[in-house]
Design a protein around this ligand. Structure first.
Ligand code: AMP
Length: 489
């Protein structure tokens, strides 16, 4: 979910959100299961969490700023969320906009009854839709673009809830994996390209919806299948039904889920994230063979690729950097200065594995370059005789508009420097990136299909797969004048 406060943020690095969603239908401990599921999805959002349950008569909601376990692990909190049905959300924003009113799931009473929804992704026309809705008299309670969906459902002229919901989906653009709930149904929906993940699972007779399979594993649920791109699944007393409101098209999941975002033990789109990351490391070894004594991952995100690199290159793998797991992400916000401090707090050199050695450092990606600069210096301070930095993804040259926190182009190191320029800024003896075809090979393809790319990879190519209506505008001055607007999450 993303929040935009002013026009700058359409290209800025503030207020972007990364999110995870979870839903359970018909289980005695639905809120406790949601808590566990959200805990497994905590890597997708660490600033706030919320759960809405339905007890057969009433909806109950609890939302909290902070980690899932800080609040929802309390028995009294779970006791306040009774019922056999629940949905939940975790969210992370890089700065600002963190108000309880923005914490999901959102809830509204519609003409068809209560409706609660939570969202992972980002709508690229939320600002435009919101302007129109406000002009028609809508009053928004939050700055979240997810609220745009609530309004669109509410004002749909259709009669049945699911028709209203689909009516709303037909008006939104961008990336969305939604989990929604009414007094009768649990609903999951994925955008026509399936940019963000969403899976379906079963726990005995109960149905589960979750951003990733790791949220099924934690509660012992069985993975049934992915919700498909452009699919709406509806679960109610009669079982599960699938709706396909969009013309069929090929899916284009976000490649960055595989590179960084998803948990390594998850299976996304049929691929083990860990296996794919290892293969990215092996491809990196093929593309960048280096004479070195040791392969060192930047923990934790670089570990699987470093294992793959070490195995493919036959260079020993060692933990030359130790990560302190007790540094919360709230520590690394929001200024560059604090971010740099955060890097020092988070990582320290394991001198015994570094001193006197030629080091190949592996990380999954380079965004601003902050981590790389610090870690390379840390290796030198620990006595490395040479430091090569390799990234298991191509240079990130373009911002994301689909629910991942990446900064505007002015802050993306690769958007502003060539490889040699970056190498000098980072202070490494060598710098290399995996090619875009290397990424696709790791995913099991011969390479990127330029005519019909298999994945959403705009961060590396600048090819955005949906209209960016808010960014590109419709020429209307009002589009530039709203002071409070929201993106999806
Ligand atoms: P930077 O220090 O800005 O170059 O960021 C690179 C580091 O941040 C790498 O270690 C990545 O694992 C991690 N990273 C990449 N993408 C993201 C993201 N969207 N949110 C938070 N961290 C990220």
């Amino acid at each position: 979910m993303t929040f935009w406060i002013d026009d700058e943020d359409l290209d800025g690095d503030t207020l972007r959100e990364e999110c995870g969603v979870f839903g359970v239908y018909d289980c005695a401990d639905s809120a406790a299961l949601a808590t566990l599921g959200l805990h497994a999805l905590q890597h997708r959002g660490q600033e706030a969490a919320g759960i809405v349950s339905f007890d057969g008569e009433r909806f109950h909601a609890d939302r909290h700023l902070g980690l899932v376990g800080d609040h929802f692990s309390k028995p009294s909190v779970i006791a306040g969320l009774p019922g056999r049905r629940a949905i939940g959300h975790v969210r992370y924003s890089t700065a600002g906009g963190m108000a309880l009113r923005n914490v999901q799931p959102l809830f509204a009473e519609l003409s068809s009854g209560g409706f609660s929804v939570c969202h992972n992704g980002n709508l690229t026309n939320a600002r435009t839709l919101r302007r129109d809705l406000v002009e028609q008299g809508a009053i928004f309670q939050s700055t979240s673009d997810t609220e745009v969906i609530l309004h669109l459902v509410a004002k749909s002229g259709r009669v049945q809830f699911i028709e209203k919901f689909i009516d709303a989906l037909r008006q939104i653009e961008g990336a969305y994996s939604l989990v929604a709930m009414t007094n009768k149904k649990l609903v999951g929906a994925r955008d026509p390209l399936g940019i963000r993940p969403l899976v379906l699972g079963q726990l005995e007779d109960s149905w589960i919806l979750a951003s990733e399979t790791c949220a099924l594993d934690i509660i012992g649920a069985t993975y049934v299948r992915d919700v498909e791109n452009g699919e709406v699944v509806v679960i109610d007393e009669a079982g599960l039904h699938s709706h396909r409101p969009f013309p069929p098209q090929r899916s284009r999941p976000c490649i960055f889920e595989y590179i960084y975002f998803a948990r390594p033990d998850s299976v996304v789109g049929g691929h083990s994230v860990y296996d794919v990351r290892k293969k990215m490391g092996a491809e990196l070894a093929r593309e960048h063979a280096i004479e070195a004594d040791v392969v060192i991952p930047v923990p934790d995100s670089g570990v699987p690729a470093a294992v793959g690199y070490a195995q493919a290159s036959d260079i020993p793998f060692e933990l030359g950097i130790i990560r302190n797991h007790y540094v919360g992400r709230t520590f690394i916000e929001p200024t560059q200065q604090i971010r740099q401090l955060g890097v020092r707090l988070k990582h320290s050199a394991n001198r015994s594995q570094v001193a006197g050695k030629r080091v190949v450092l592996i990380d999954d990606s380079l965004v601003r370059g902050t981590t790389s600069v610090k870690i390379v210096q840390m290796m030198r301070d620990a006595g490395a005789s040479a430091v090569h930095l390799l990234l298991a993804s191509p240079p990130i040259t373009h911002p994301d508009f689909y629910g991942i926190d990446t900064p505007d182009r002015s802050k993306l190191m690769a958007a502003n420097h060539d490889i040699e320029g970056m190498r000098r800024l980072i202070g490494a003896d060598g710098l290399g990136f995996l090619s875009i075809d290397g990424i696709y090979r790791a995913m099991g393809h011969a390479g990127r299909d330029a005519a019909h790319p298999q994945y959403t990879d705009h961060c590396f190519t600048g090819e955005y797969p949906t209209p960016l209506t808010d960014r590109d505008g419709d020429g209307a001055p009002g589009n530039r004048q709203l002071s409070l607007l929201a993106g999806a999450g």
